[in-house]
Write a protein that binds this ligand. Structure first.
Ligand code: NAX
Length: 328
């Protein structure tokens, strides 16, 4: 019997948690032969609804789920965890400036980074989903010096999946025919879904979709604004698709990437493509083996892409500067 992989999830009683936990327990992260244990972390008011979620997890009688911890104590929650999925954060409310949001969440992620540093397994990997996820990840990483910088990730996979589905729809192909789609930069409205290096059935997207104006305009803005469109239609922000993207991200980080392809995730920049070192930045990433990844090198960045990449880089630098007091 394999030892269970212990996964912490913060914001476990929230909307994304409600989709995510059942899929983890079902084996969607690490496969059908790998037992899992769940450390579910909530703030005090979330503990009561969390009890209900745990009852439902129990009622699924998942064969792979070996243990469930429910807590608001970060030292208990991150004890010996192999993966930390940081989903919980404070949403932006009317009248709140981006700076206020960075401040409020910055404090949460300072504490969580320190608790991961004190308690998690030395090789713990962390995926930050809670927004602003790149900068929250930067803050947590800066507080956890014991954990390697390569183990910190911010989620941009939902943006990649959205972009693939838009391109597939436009080209009249299935979304699995679209590959090599990198999201550059921030998980925000400045992110750049790079169609110039993406492929449809192995050919350049620009060979399959002649409408350059659509690619440079509506395609990008649809991906950038998709979250807002879902809130407008559903009356609530994306949850199942976000949980699905978190699952995709972890799976892609523990499984070697298919030959010639890549996936998108925010990682600590090593200076590739001139992106300032240390920013948590979404790049095209290849997973070499479980625990080892690299930034795909040598992609052509044309003038249009450069402009977009510069804009999202500038935004991330501003965010970093705004939280400089919280960086350890
Ligand atoms: P919900 O408001 O439904 O749930 C959040 C949960 O987190 C709540 O149960 C709350 O009690 C808990 N929480 C708040 N502060 C906490 C803390 N300090 N420690 C532990 N738990 C805490 O939000 P949900 O829809 O689940 O979204 C969660 C986060 O994901 C938000 O920040 C949201 O902006 C972000 N998203 C990120 C996406 C991405 O692609 N990176 C896409 C989807 C989503 O918008």
């Amino acid at each position: 019997m394999k030892k269970p992989i212990r996964v912490a999830v913060t914001g476990a009683a929230g909307q994304i948690g409600y989709s995510l936990l059942f899929r983890i327990a079902n084996g969607d992260l690490f496969g059908p032969d790998q037992p899992v244990a769940l450390n579910l972390i909530e703030i005090e008011p979330g503990l009561e609804p969390l009890k209900g979620v745990v009852m439902e997890l129990e009622d699924c009688a998942f064969p792979l789920l070996k243990d469930i911890v429910q807590t608001s104590d970060l030292d208990v929650g991150f004890k010996d965890v192999d993966w930390a999925l940081l989903v919980g954060s404070v949403p932006r409310k009317a009248g709140m400036e981006r700076k206020d949001l960075l401040d409020i969440n910055g404090k949460i992620f300072t504490g969580q980074g320190q608790a991961i540093d004190r308690n998690a397994s030395p090789n713990c990997r962390t995926l930050v989903v809670g927004n602003p996820c790149n900068t929250n990840c930067l803050i947590a990483m800066s507080q956890a010096k014991r954990i390697p910088k390569e183990n910190w990730f911010a989620m941009t996979r939902l943006d990649e999946n959205r972009a693939k589905s838009q391109l597939a729809d436009k080209a009249g192909v299935h979304n699995s025919d679209v590959t090599n789609l990198a999201i550059w930069g921030n998980h925000s409205a400045t992110q750049y879904p790079d169609f110039t290096n993406a492929k449809i059935n192995g050919a350049a997207v620009t060979d399959k979709i002649a409408d350059q104006e659509w690619l440079q305009g509506e395609f990008i803005s649809t991906v950038q604004q998709r979250g807002a469109a879902i809130i407008k239609a559903r009356g609530a922000s994306s949850a199942a698709s976000a949980a699905n993207a978190a699952i995709d991200t972890v799976r892609s980080l523990v499984t070697p990437t298919a030959e010639g392809d890549w996936h998108s995730v925010g990682v600590c920049s090593d200076g590739s493509y001139g992106i300032p070192e240390g920013l948590i930045y979404s790049f095209p990433i290849r997973t070499v083996e479980d625990g080892k990844w690299e930034v795909v090198q040598g992609l052509e960045i044309d003038a249009f892409s450069k402009g977009k990449i510069d804009a999202t880089t500038a935004e991330l630098e501003e965010e970093r500067d705004a939280v400089s007091g919280l960086l350890g």
